[in-house]
Design a protein around this ligand. Structure first.
Ligand SMILES: O=C(O)c1ccccc1N[C@@H]1O[C@H](COP(=O)(O)O)[C@@H](O)[C@H]1O
Length: 209
């Protein structure tokens, strides 16, 4: 089985080129100012020009003002919205754009409930819970909390790197994996070798399936 890959939190055109060349299926831009990976609309427009056909440009938001999302959508050709905060299903569904919802996992039953609440999503992203940050923490969580039954495509995130992504795919069997900190040299700057090693691991484990 193939596992798709989203690389998130890119801020440099050259990092987009490397990710695309290595086979990333989706590129994530962070529109959340407290994040060190945050991009402005102008910056995002320039980065979007590097994205070729058949690679999904994703915009990540955390509890955004609705007018902010609308303004980004007017100016940046996003294919998909990623909501990584406490957004309601109605808010997520109000932009006429495909969207995925992140769940920050800390207890049993949470993912099952989210599948139910966010049933109109194009996928459910599961990430580690952290008391102080919404995401991009570099931490993983207890994958045993992920149910076998998945009414929506499941995207596994949280602390992934070339060292653990093969095991993650074998154990969780996600539709896709999402990586940020595990392929960086410093916040917002991706490392070409780490990125390439990560993609190679995904392709290796998918080939042996
Ligand atoms: O990347 C960020 O700074 C960020 C900020 C706020 C919410 C989400 C964020 N990133 C997402 O977090 C997960 C896991 O990242 P990591 O691989 O553990 O560093 C991933 O989905 C990022 O898209």
């Amino acid at each position: 089985m193939t596992t798709r890959v989203k690389v998130c939190g890119l801020t440099r055109p050259e990092d987009i080129d490397v990710a695309v060349r290595c086979g990333a299926d989706a590129i994530g831009l962070v529109f959340y100012e407290p994040s060190p990976r945050s991009v402005t609309v102008e910056h995002a427009r320039a980065l979007a020009n590097r994205i070729p056909a058949f690679v999904t440009l994703t915009g990540l938001f955390v509890n955004p003002d609705v007018r902010f999302v609308e303004s980004v959508l007017d100016q940046v050709p996003l294919d998909l919205l990623q909501f990584h905060g406490d957004e309601s299903p109605d808010v997520c569904d109000s932009f006429g754009r495909r969207w995925i919802k992140a769940v920050r996992v800390r207890e049993e039953g949470q993912i099952e409930n989210a599948f139910d609440d966010y049933r109109k999503a194009s996928g459910l992203l599961v990430d580690a819970w952290d008391p102080n940050r919404y995401g991009g923490t570099g931490q993983s969580f207890n994958w045993a909390l992920i149910p076998e039954h998945r009414p929506l495509p499941l995207i596994l995130a949280g602390g992934l790197s070339s060292a653990n992504v093969a095991r993650a795919i074998e154990e969780v069997r996600p539709w896709a994996v999402d990586v940020s900190g595990g392929v960086e040299q410093s916040k917002g700057k991706k490392d070409a070798t780490k990125l390439s090693d990560f993609m190679k691991e995904v392709h290796r484990v998918c080939k042996t399936d």
